[in-house]
Design a protein around this ligand. Structure first.
Ligand code: ADP
Length: 500
């Protein structure tokens, strides 16, 4: 077993990984950028080393600096978390070259799954259902592409081969828009990924996003740990996830789980991964992509299957066998996760920055908070604005929903504007409670989710009062205004970006 694991990440995920590493009796090593010198993930680790530099490009994305620190301090494995270098095959390869274990799949698998065209081709060959479409051809003429799109049938979706975070995606409703959309998708893909290749898929109207957690070991075992539903999205990015999905019958769950395992076996998958599908209203499901890392939303799976996925990742990476077999795995109860973002409703959901003045997280039975902040933490422009994740677990979906609504009311973060109030409105919306979800839920219900319509009780104010009670002291006028401003604007569909 490893003695020292370096966590090449920051924020809540670095802290969450450090906990398991330490529980296993392994030394947890943090790395940090200049703005993160006083960050909570540094305090949570046993050792911490500076990467120097402020931007991600100067710090958390620097393979050379991270490998140097690991070599110098006797690190024997690196956990990449999510985002940053987690899906970078060069990083996985650099670890291997330095004889340090990368906690994740092999560089080849990361590379192949990072190319959506290659991934799709591999899964078609393995008999996994994929969205009908066209894989793209650099030499195709505009006329040929028009024919292909017409044969798929409008609306179609243009996607970037190297895509992520919804970048390079364009919905095309009719032939008249095809050429312009292709050109702008290629431009955006090239700017974001240095790879202009795009492909075309049938655009499925109002699907649900259902993904399966998969796990493989180096002894040839592959299992799935059931599904997560992530249909509550803004600009193709998830904000609320749950498990089990209210949309799956036992039969459909078995079929999708079997397809996910088939996909994983077809590529010799090792360690934790996620096979994403979309499910159309008729019950047909299609492969979307494989994420070759731990997901942001992994806690809902941990709550429901009662296994620590990070512990399992470390076990498999050290050459051990999976400690669970498919027929031993069960879903127990129901879990939700809400992603808490620092973003400002009044300014088009742009990331909100500043110092956290007061911080009080909810505690109670069935409540888990994976947080990267505390009072005094600075939220800067340098990194993704996700501050924390609030997870609830209970025996039934309704009870887990009630618990989440309660916990959101008791989550106070003052000093930056957050989406807590909005999350509360979604969790208590009748259509959400009824499980009538799809990926355009927030757009469909935009009107009834507006602050002034849906939230007469001042949830943000209640949270602020809670913070004052639980951490006495002076709260500035600015902090009060921030709490109040959460009521200010409607939830708009435009706004921030997220890459995982
Ligand atoms: P990215 O890697 O950029 O996040 P994905 O392929 O994972 O892109 O898709 C992200 C989201 O976009 C999905 O969760 C779904 O909401 C939507 N989406 C993707 N493909 C389709 C499709 N063919 N039809 C309808 N919606 C889609």
């Amino acid at each position: 077993m490893f003695k020292k694991i370096l966590i090449a990440n920051r924020g809540e995920i670095a802290i969450r990984i450090a906990q398991t590493v330490q529980e296993m009796g392994i030394t947890a090593v943090a790395v940090y950028s200049d703005p993160d010198r006083g960050a909570l993930h540094v305090a949570a680790a046993d050792e911490a080393y500076a990467l120097e530099g402020s931007t991600s490009a100067e710090s958390y994305l620097r393979i050379d600096k991270i490998i140097d620190i690991a070599k110098k301090h006797g690190v024997d494995a690196i956990h990449p978390g999510f985002g940053f270098l987690s899906e970078n095959e060069d990083f996985a390869q650099a670890c291997a070259d330095a004889r340090i274990t990368f906690i994740g799949p092999t560089p080849d698998v990361i590379r192949d799954m990072g190319d959506k065209i290659i991934a799709k081709e591999k899964f078609v060959a393995a008999g996994v259902p994929v969205v009908p479409g066209w894989s793209g051809d650099a030499n195709a003429t505009p006329e040929e592409i028009r024919k292909v799109a017409a044969s798929i049938g409008y609306p179609v979706l243009i996607k970037a081969a190297a895509g992520g975070g919804g970048k390079g995606m364009r919905v095309v409703k009719s032939e008249a828009d095809l050429q312009t959309a292709l050109e702008s998708a290629r431009r955006e893909a090239n700017a974001a990924f240095g790879d202009a290749r795009v492909f075309i898929e049938k655009y499925i109207t109002n699907p649900r996003h259902i993904e399966f957690q998969i796990f493989g070991d180096t002894h040839g075992h592959v299992v799935h740990l059931f599904e997560r539903e992530c249909s509550i999205q803004r600009r193709h990015q998830k904000i609320i996830e749950e498990s089990p999905s209210p949309a799956l019958s036992p039969d459909l769950r078995a079929k999708m789980g079997e397809a996910a395992v088939r996909a994983a076996k077809a590529i010799g998958y090792v360690n934790a991964g996620t096979v994403e599908f979309i499910l159309d209203p008729s019950g047909a499901f299609y492969f979307l992509e494989v994420n070759t890392r731990l997901q942001v939303e992994h806690p809902v799976t941990e709550m429901v299957v009662q296994h620590d996925l990070v512990r399992a990742q470390i076990g498999v990476a050290s050459g051990g066998k999976l400690t669970f077999e498919q027929d031993q795995l069960r879903q127990t109860g129901h879990a939700f996760e809400c992603r808490i973002y620092a973003e400002d409703a009044a300014r088009n959901f742009m990331p909100s920055t500043g110092r956290i003045e007061r911080y009080a997280a909810p505690v109670g039975p069935g409540i888990r908070v994976d947080s990267g902040i505390r009072a005094g933490s600075d939220v800067t422009v340098h990194y993704d604005p996700m501050l924390a994740k609030l997870i609830t677990h209970a025996r039934t979906r309704d009870a887990a929903n009630d618990r989440m609504a309660w916990a959101l009311r008791r989550y106070a973060i003052l000093g930056v504007t957050t989406n807590i109030e909005f999350l509360h409105r979604v969790m208590t919306h009748p259509a959400h409670r009824a499980g009538k979800l799809h990926t355009h839920f927030l757009e469909e219900h935009a009107e009834s989710l507006r602050a002034e319509v849906a939230a007469p009780p001042a949830a943000a104010l209640a949270a602020a009062m809670f913070a004052l009670r639980s951490s006495p002291g002076k709260v500035s006028g600015a902090a009060r205004m921030h709490a109040d401003s959460q009521h200010a604007g409607p939830w708009l569909t435009a706004g921030a970006w997220r890459a995982f």
